[in-house]
Design a protein around this ligand. Structure first.
Ligand code: IVH
Length: 745
């Protein structure tokens, strides 16, 4: 065979094997037989042996299966796997403890115990035992859905195959990690074999667990610490410390630096102890985790969207390094924010090579915080400066300091741009906003592409095979300009002159897979659609609040439209109030803000007012979110873009969070006055947990007003409107008393 023929055939083999891999691993639907697959692989290896210099960078011989994330089957967690909020200093820890006291309504001297234990720097794993037998192991994934790594878990010595005396269903959660000694030995074996080495033990543990070939996992020395649990058929104990002791008795490794602590001082003392021990532990830890000990109290505190209220991670201080700031670049985000980024001479910080760091905003570069106070003693940051970089956890690296003694001669003060570097539109800073924003909206290519990336991201449309990279390329080539275009890709590029399957990096199978993945998302939950729109201030939680409140898409659109005129008044009223303040100051009199505000609202269509009050009354929404939402829908282009998108979708109504047999599911509840058996925050979380909507103000839509002592105007308004009013005891009787039982560990 000629060189040219060999080269062409190698390219063909690479493409065919990649397609076959994708079909097999991603879709669990092999397109060619194992024997044919092996034959192609052998042919490829033979050609590479004959023409070693033609071996491709993406050679199929270097690939073990498909990328793991696509190769594993998915498992939905019976109970979400959580992450943890962070504390960085003693003040944050004290606030965590006092937050819990406030939430539970406990006095400062009521006893309250916590556990403190090392935060292991590995990856979390959930093990499911049924009738004492290990039946399933799943990684955390996005918390709701993880990867099925059962075969791999079976190879880990610390993970028992069978348990005696365990609840019938028991999900044990903990961290898979690798010791320093095993990590060093593994890396030297890898280097000897000419294979890739790992940057740190965490990456080595993750890379080893997420192997499609469990034989490879078996050869890697992984360990496991148990520290939490998911679904249980019977409680493990009444306390966190009791539950951990129970897991140890069942045969799991638990961390022997775990202590029970009765106050903030004891937590901080245990933190100091663990920090001291850190260097000699023989495995990586990145902080200390505090958990409320009493499981009934854990249940009362419950969860935020991704983190429990009853636990927190106290992180060790960040690691630091000095390097040169080569250049300051501006990135334009989804909402038009101009974010300055530091391009650095690469430097290793805590085992990771860092070449970019955030510079936050123009004030930060100038040496001021958002209130105008000096930071870094007022030292500004310039291109060419020597800067100190730090990393804390997984967050984007930041700059801690500038060394003025090393500032190059002639370094000039950095001037922040006042126009968008991508579309040239004016970039403006609103009063009170630290961020300068491009005013280009949809005409700004940078904003458009960031919006598209957000649209396909995991918590939004989550389209398999359409990630940030593909979105950038399609956008650059004019294939997609706005979300609706994604749903027209197949019609435009599935057949005809320009076809997706003929693009570089694509083939028949991968193109077909992408179209299928897109079609799969035409039917989609309402909260995801709202979040995916990428409206400023409308995050995942607000999107879910809105969906829960309006229940269906058309109702939501109608409500937002109806509120439009009121939003205009709201803005005008803010201006009027500011003007009145100024005038009053000049005239040296007291301002009459209420009058200024009310004058603006006069004469507004009552339907608009009702729609607006209903919107801002949604608990967790408020005027900022409402304004941003309504303003977005008022813009012609945005509206058209959203309508066009919706025409491709069948948006799923939001079903109430809890079983619809809950007596308050779907009801709108308002709390007022003093509650004596629980705090306001707890009452709200419980009501929502039962499928109710909690609103901040009484309106015709209110179903129940729960009024404690001292209820004022809201009780009167409820009476006027004929809204059912309950006292706290009647409310508790209605929903079945206080919560009980163990929570998710
Ligand atoms: S408890 C209830 N305890 O840290 C929340 N997590 O940042 C479940 N982690 O996803 C986590 N050591 O992977 C808990 N002793 C420990 C931990 C720990 C490490 C990890 C875990 C979690 C992440 C959150």
């Amino acid at each position: 065979m000629s060189r040219a023929d060999a080269k062409a055939r190698l390219a063909e083999l690479a493409a065919r094997l990649a397609d076959a891999n994708a079909a097999y691993h991603r879709n669990d639907a092999p397109e060619i037989s194992d024997a044919d697959y092996d034959a192609l692989k052998r042919e490829n290896a033979a050609l590479e042996a004959a023409f070693p210099d033609l071996k491709r960078a993406d050679s199929p011989s270097d690939q073990v299966g498909a990328p793991p994330a696509e190769g594993f089957s998915k498992i939905s967690h019976a109970q979400r796997m959580l992450s943890l909020g962070n504390a960085f200093d003693a003040g944050d820890v004290a606030e965590f403890v006092s937050f819990i006291r406030r939430y539970l309504g406990l006095d400062a001297d009521a006893p309250l115990a916590f556990t403190a234990e090392p935060k292991i720097d590995g990856l979390s794993l959930s093990l499911r035992y049924e009738a004492g037998v290990l039946v399933q192991a799943a990684t955390r994934g996005d918390g709701a859905v993880g990867e099925n790594v059962t075969a791999n878990a079976h190879t880990i010595a610390d993970i028992p195959e069978r348990l005696t005396g365990a609840p019938d269903v028991l999900e044990v959660r903990g961290e898979v990690y690798m010791s320093h000694a095993d990590f060093a030995a593994l890396n030297s074996r890898q280097a000897d074999a000419g294979e890739k080495t790992f940057a740190n033990p965490r990456n080595a543990a993750a890379g080893s667990l997420r192997q499609l070939d469990a034989g490879i996992t078996r050869a890697r020395p992984l360990r496991f610490f148990a520290y939490a649990w998911g679904e249980l058929s019977a409680p493990l104990a009444e306390t966190q410390s009791g539950a951990i002791a129970r897991l140890a008795a069942l045969g799991f490794q638990t961390n022997d630096l775990t202590r029970r602590c009765e106050n903030t001082e004891a937590l901080l003392a245990q933190y100091a102890m663990i920090e001291q021990a850190r260097a000699t532990l023989g495995y990586d830890i990145d902080g200390v985790v505090y958990k409320l000990d009493d499981l009934a109290l854990q249940a009362r505190l419950g969860l935020r969207s991704t983190t429990p209220r009853w636990a927190i991670a106290h992180k060790f201080p960040a690691e630091l390094a000095w390097t040169r700031l080569e250049k300051i670049e501006i990135q334009v985000g989804r909402t038009g924010a101009l974010s300055p980024v530091a391009r650095l001479t690469p430097v290793t910080v805590g085992g990771v090579v860092v070449s970019n760091a955030t510079l936050h905003n123009e004030d930060y570069i100038a040496g001021r915080d958002s209130k105008g106070n000096l930071i870094r003693d007022g030292k500004d940051i310039r291109e060419g400066d020597f800067v100190q970089v730090y990393r804390a956890g997984d967050v984007i690296p930041k700059l801690a300091d500038v060394d003025l003694s090393k500032r190059p001669e002639g370094a000039v003060l950095y001037v922040f741009p006042t126009t968008c570097p991508d579309c040239g539109s004016d970039a403006l800073r609103e009063e009170g906003d630290a961020v300068r924003r491009c005013t280009g909206g949809l005409i700004c290519p940078a904003q458009a592409v960031e919006k598209l990336k957000h649209f396909v991201s995991r918590a939004a449309f989550d389209i398999e095979g359409l990630g940030a990279k593909q979105v950038e390329q399609f956008h650059k080539d004019g294939w997609i300009a706005e979300p609706a275009d994604i749903f027209e890709l197949e019609a435009r590029y599935g057949t005809g002159l320009q076809q997706l399957k003929n693009r570089e990096g694509w083939g028949e199978t991968s193109a077909g897979n992408l179209f299928a993945a897109i079609n799969d998302k035409r039917h989609i939950p309402m909260a995801r659609v709202i979040f995916a729109l990428g409206i400023r201030h409308v995050g995942e939680v607000a999107a879910a609040d809105l969906a829960r409140h309006y229940v269906n898409w058309e109702g939501f659109l109608a409500a937002v439209d109806a509120a439009g005129p009121a939003a205009d008044r709201h803005r005008a009223a803010e201006d009027a109030v500011a003007a009145e303040r100024q005038r009053a100051a000049e005239e040296e009199r007291r301002p009459n803000l209420a009058a200024a505000r009310n004058a603006v609202w006069e004469g507004l269509d009552p339907a608009a007012l009702t729609a607006w009050e209903d919107l801002v009354g949604i608990d967790g929404i408020g005027a900022t979110v409402a304004l941003s939402l309504v303003t977005t829908f008022q813009q012609k282009r945005e509206r058209a873009s959203i309508r066009r998108l919706a025409s491709h979708l069948s948006v799923e109504d939001m079903t109430p969070r809890a079983a619809s047999d809950s007596p308050v599911a779907g009801k709108t509840v308002v709390f007022t006055g003093t509650l004596e058996k629980m705090t306001r925050a707890e009452a709200k979380a419980r009501a929502e947990g039962l499928g109710a909507k909690v609103a901040g103000s009484v309106s015709a839509k209110t179903d129940i007003l729960v009024a404690g002592p001292g209820a004022g105007s809201k009780a009167k308004k409820a009476a006027d409107l004929g809204v059912k009013t309950l006292d706290e005891d009647a409310w508790l009787a209605l929903i079945g008393g206080a919560p009980s039982g163990a929570g998710d560990g």
